[in-house]
Design a binder for this molecule. Structure first.
Ligand code: SF4
Length: 351
């Protein structure tokens, strides 16, 4: 039997494009959902034939805006996953959502079909910032959705963006205090990055300096009542996103849907996977180990020093940079000062 794989399903539709968004998604409020479900199910069957009825410990519906999907379409896809694979009893099933696309009744429909974790794109607790970002909702709608999801007993994440033009450290502290009042157990805090092919990329935005960004980043764990467990992710210990942690720790995953990619482990070989097997390329042990270092070092736990990883690490460099990296049991991780120059560290510690 092949190894358990995590499952990522991409839903590439949004009501409209946000000003900063470089994700693979198209503005289309009423896509042909049946056609979408059929193509997802076709890919699921392809992988089931290749890998067998493997265990699925996590499923993540990401986007785009998966909460736009009718519940009946979601049900078809979950039924198909059930037929193709062995969904574990404690499988974490996350649905990404945007405020304004999901009310309490629709959320109950998703829960009836096994969703147990909701991720909400909140982005800001100020209406004028939401407008600037090109979001379609206001703060009240977003907080209502978080409260409804918490009342229904879901594990809930909220995404936020900081480092907007003219934002100060004080604004970020206010944001953290506002988030604390909601009572979430998981939050993602992303620095605004201006990507070329977005509306923001065509504006001449007056962004905070690198030093200001670093001050904001350092303020977050001081004021947010959650622990940082990855560069941009914070949680009550035990409430980390299992899907992402599995992937960052180097576990295999299948990416389903347009624009999704995966890392499949099949007959003891790693493959880079995109779509339904059209792009299915063997990876060398070294290149897969390099990816494990890249993602593992982003987590506070660090990268597991398995044999493949040990083989590509420059331990002379590690031993002479104890201010930046530390070995803790079976894991190599950054120190606090190392975290701020993570990209440089990763480049240096690989042989
Ligand atoms: S809702 Fe999310 S995926 Fe859709 S355009 Fe906005 S940021 Fe991009």
């Amino acid at each position: 039997m092949n190894k358990a794989h995590n499952l990522y399903i991409h839903v590439p539709f949004c009501m409209s494009k946000c000003n900063y968004c470089a994700f693979f998604s198209v503005a289309c409020a009423n896509p042909d959902w049946q056609k979408y479900a059929d193509s997802i199910c076709q890919e699921l069957r392809f992988w089931s034939q290749k890998l067998g009825k493997i265990k699925i410990p996590t499923i993540f519906f990401g986007g785009g805006t998966p909460s736009l999907m009718p519940v009946s379409i979601f049900e078809q896809i979950v039924n198909c996953i059930n037929q193709c694979f062995d969904i574990t009893d404690d499988c974490e099933i996350t649905l990404e959502s945007n405020p304004g696309t999901l009310d309490g009744d629709k959320l109950s429909g998703f829960i009836q079909n096994s969703v147990n974790r909701l991720s909400v794109g909140v982005q800001s607790l100020k209406d004028e910032e939401l407008k600037f970002l090109g979001r379609r909702h206001d703060v009240r709608t977003a907080v209502n959705l978080l409260e409804t999801a918490l009342e229904k007993g879901l594990r809930v994440n909220a995404d936020f963006i900081y480092g907007l033009p003219n934002q100060t450290v004080k604004d970020v502290i206010d944001l953290c205090n506002g988030i604390n009042k909601i009572g979430l157990t998981h939050v993602s805090m992303y620095e605004l990055t201006v990507e070329k092919n977005t509306p923001f990329g065509k504006m001449n935005l007056d962004m905070p300096s690198n030093e200001e960004m670093a001050q904001m980043y350092n303020a977050i764990p001081q004021y947010l009542s959650l622990s940082r467990y990855e560069v941009s992710n914070y949680a009550v210990p035990g409430q980390e996103c299992r899907h992402n942690m599995n992937i960052w720790m180097g576990e295999p995953y299948i990416g389903i849907g347009n624009g999704a990619a995966g890392r499949v482990f099949y007959n003891n070989v790693w493959y880079e996977q995109r779509g339904n097997g059209e792009a299915f390329e063997q990876m060398s042990t070294e290149s897969r180990a390099t990816e494990k270092v890249l993602t593992g070092m982003r987590t506070m736990r660090g990268v597991n020093l398995s044999t493949d990883v040990k083989n590509i690490i420059d331990f002379d460099w590690v031993n002479s940079h104890k201010d930046l990296v530390e070995i803790d049991g079976e894991y190599l991780h950054t120190t606090h000062s190392g975290l701020l120059i993570l990209d440089d560290i990763v480049a240096d510690l690989i042989k």
